[in-house]
Every structure is written in structure tokens, then in C-alpha cells.
Ligand binder design. Sequence first.
Ligand code: GRG
Length: 296
Amino acid sequence: MLTFESYSESKVHIINRYLDATIQRHRSSVSQRFSPLLDAMEYSLQGAGKRFRPLVVLAGAKYCGLNDEKVLPAAAAVEFIHTYSLIHDDLPALDDDDERRGKPSSHKKFGEATAILAGDALATEAFGELVLLRDQEVDPDRVLDAIQSLTHFAGVGGMVGGQLLDVTTEPHEFSLPEVEFIHIHKTGALILASVMMGARISGLAGQREANLKRFGEALGLAFQISDDLLDSDSSLRYSRGPSTKPKPSYRDVMTPTEMKSQLDALVETAVDAIKGEGETAEPLVAIAEFVRRRKN
Ligand code: GRG
């Protein structure tokens, strides 16, 4: 049976090679004076990340009948957005974290100004990556659909909006619906965007698209619950940022046992949505099962 680990082993080098080539492409197309910015972008991209979201893009693309090469720009785009969100999340104004992906966070290594700008550049260039889908002979209307989708899920009504609520919601407002709403947007939205990239690029519609969306919604929320479960050994997670407020977490509204059964239920929902598809859905199923049991 396919596992996330074996899927990742067979695909992650393709993603890493593409990401490296993307940075090199930028290096050769802009003035060398911008190298410090590209160094900071490359540094954060190259940490020990799992490449979960780009792998989800490839898996979702397979479900839609697309090969890896066709969707690599979209895989890079979501990793760019994810990496910028981590750089900005670590800043003193937000979580004030000194480490990320096993090494000093961007602002510790390069200073705050360069870290902010490296995040800004990754966020901006993500959309330039999606435009490159044209070179993979993707219909321009489908390229626009992909751009619109990533804008929606990463922007005001998605990840950034969710992050705002994550930092501004007061502890007395933490309730199950509130925590769920924040997590669906802060973390779930970009994972849903990754699942749906292949659908936007291929023009998938109808019941199969609805099933894929149901998978993506459940996977996105499951990922954040598994993240909160991984945190559950530590006491309340406080932001180190200026507000030093406890961060909204499932741990505020559920016991670890309840969180585990909620995680199981979401993984079941995700798998049930697509399992009738057989072989084309295998990588997506493996990814969902990884989220159920992940330790990193
Ligand atoms: C700053 C606009 C802005 C958004 C930040 C998601 C997020 C929004 C911040 C990260 C905070 C955090 C740790 C959330 C928990 C879920 C999450 C995104 C975990 C990290 O993702 P992984 O496990 O990380 O995929 P790697 O390093 O493997 O890529």
C-alpha cells in the first residue's frame, strides 16, 4: 500500500529540483544587487520542510488526470505562499520565534527588514509561478482560475484573514465553532487550495470536483487538529509576540481524546469522499492517512 513516506520519497526530489531551479531562474533574471533577497528566500525554502502542500498538489493533479510536470509551477506557488507565511509568522510582531524548520528563523539570520521583504517577495512571485502554467500548455482561462483560487484561499477570506483572527481573538472568545473557524482559514485554506489546484488547471467539474473539495476541506482541518495534538504535551501555547496571548487551539475546547476522535472522523470523511476512485486517488488517501498519525 502507498504511504505518504514512499510517495514523498518518489516525488520530493522533483519538487526540490523545481524550487531550486526557480530561485536560479530569478538569480539570472535580476540584478546581482538583489542577491540578499534571493538568499533569504532560498534559505527559508531550503529548511527541513515536509513539502506537504506541493505533494498534495501533485496528488490532487493525479486525481484530475494531470502529470507532475504540468502542475509543478502550482506546487511551487503553494510552497512559496506557505514559506512566506512561516517567515512572517515568526517575526517579533507575530509569534516571535527564533527557530523554524530546524534552523534560525529568517529574521534571526538576516534581520527583520530582509525577512519581511523575503516573505513579500515569495508571496508575490507565487503568482508569477502560476502564470508559468502557460508554458505547460495550460489554457489561459484555467491559469486565471488557478490564480483566482490561490488568491482566494491565501488572501483576506483565507489564510491571512485566519491569521488575523488567530492573533486578535481573545481567550474568553475561544469556543469550538470559533477555533474551528480560525483553523479552517488559517491553515485549512492553503491545504484546500493545494488539493484543488489540479481541478482548476484541468477544469474538473461536477461530482468529482465536489468530492475532491470535500476531501480538501476535511484534510485541511484535520492537519491543524493533528498540529494541535502534536503540541498537546506542552502546556498552553502562548504567542511570544507583543500580545503574549494564548493562541486558539483545539486544546482549549477539547480533550486530547476528543481531538483524536475528531481527527479520525475528518480523515474518514476525507477518504470516503474519494476512495471510490481507486488508483488515481491513492496518493491522496496516503496523505490523509499520514495526517491521522503524523509525528512531524
Ligand atoms: C503570517 C499571513 C501569515 C500567515 C501565517 C499558517 C500560518 C499562517 C502560520 C504558521 C503557524 C503554524 C505553525 C500553524 C500550524 C499549522 C502549520 C502551518 C504548520 C506548519 O506546516 P508544516 O507542518 O511545516 O507543513 P513544514 O515546515 O513541514 O513545511
